[in-house]
Each structure stands twice: as structure tokens, then as C-alpha cells.
Ligand binder design. Structure first.
Ligand code: CMP
Length: 138
């Protein structure tokens, strides 16, 4: 069980002005920010980040969406970070997300679901390394 996870606030949420409210949920949920940046992925970068989903029917749509506007990428710290953060954000499909979760409050569909959270400690490392150098982590 690791103490770091990786998150993105996705283009739907940054466009709707939910950034501050979502960051507030993360902090109130007990997570400490170790690294954070406002950036925008190219289609190629979004494709690389989600390469594990390349064979899935929604891949092209996902890549287009994730490169459609700015995102916030971050590294969050908390004991049991991966599992606790997935509880805080809720199910991938906001229609199935529990009351009070970030996706229940801010996501509009399974594709445009406001936030990303790593699904394992191993992927948290891969995903943080995708966005952040050692010098950008505090
Ligand atoms: P995320 O947690 O970032 O990981 C993979 C993403 O693929 C997921 O959130 C959704 O944005 C997207 N996704 C997963 N399933 C579907 C689906 N059935 N249709 C469209 N997008 C999906």
C-alpha cells in the first residue's frame, strides 16, 4: 500500500470552472499536494497516457476529449492514497458514483468524468513520471 497517487482534473471540469471546488474536495479529503501543474495535452500525449486503452472502443473519443482543453495534473499524498482517492472520486460512470463523491458532484458522463485517479500503486508511479520531473515534487 503506497502513499502517493496521481490525478488529473479533466477538460470538462476545467472548462466549467470546477477546478477550485474539486481541489477543495481533495484537500478536505485529507490529501496533500506534492506536485501540481496546469497544462494541456496534445493528441499524441493523451494517446500515450491512455495507451493501455488503445484497443477499447472509446479510445479515440477519450484521446480527443483529453486533448480538447486544459487539465490540472497532480501528485497527491495520503496513507493508502490510491484506494482512498478512488473512493473520494467515485465510480467511472457518474450515474453509478456514490453521493458526495467528486464524480457524482461534477462529472457529466462516463467519458467526461471530471477527474482521473490512478488504479494501482504501479500505475501511480508510471503516471506521475509521465508528467513530473523529480525537481517538480515537494
Ligand atoms: P479514467 O479514470 O481517466 O480512465 C480511463 C478513462 O476512459 C475513464 O476515466 C473515462 O474517462 C474513459 N472511459 C472509460 N469507459 C468509457 C466508456 N465506456 N465510454 C467512454 N469513455 C470511457
Amino acid at each position: 500500500m503506497g502513499n502517493l497517487t496521481f490525478t488529473m482534473i479533466k477538460p470538462d471540469a476545467t472548462a466549467k470552472g470546477y477546478t477550485g471546488a474539486i481541489l477543495d474536495c481533495m484537500i478536505k479529503g485529507g490529501f496533500t499536494i506534492k506536485a501540481m501543474k496546469w497544462t494541456r495535452l496534445t493528441q499524441e500525449q493523451a494517446g500515450d497516457f491512455y495507451a493501455v486503452h488503445k484497443q477499447r472502443p472509446f479510445y479515440d473519443e477519450l484521446v480527443k476529449f483529453m486533448s480538447s482543453g486544459p487539465i490540472i495534473a497532480g501528485i497527491l499524498e495520503k496513507e493508502n492514497a490510491v484506494a482512498d482517492f478512488r473512493n473520494l472520486i467515485g465510480a467511472t460512470d457518474p450515474a453509478k458514483a456514490a453521493e458526495g463523491t467528486i464524480r457524482k458532484q461534477f462529472a457529466s458522463s462516463i467519458g467526461e468524468n471530471a477527474v482521473h485517479g490512478s488504479d494501482s500503486d504501479e500505475n501511480a508511479v508510471i503516471e506521475t513520471d509521465f508528467f513530473f520531473s523529480k525537481l517538480e515534487r515537494f
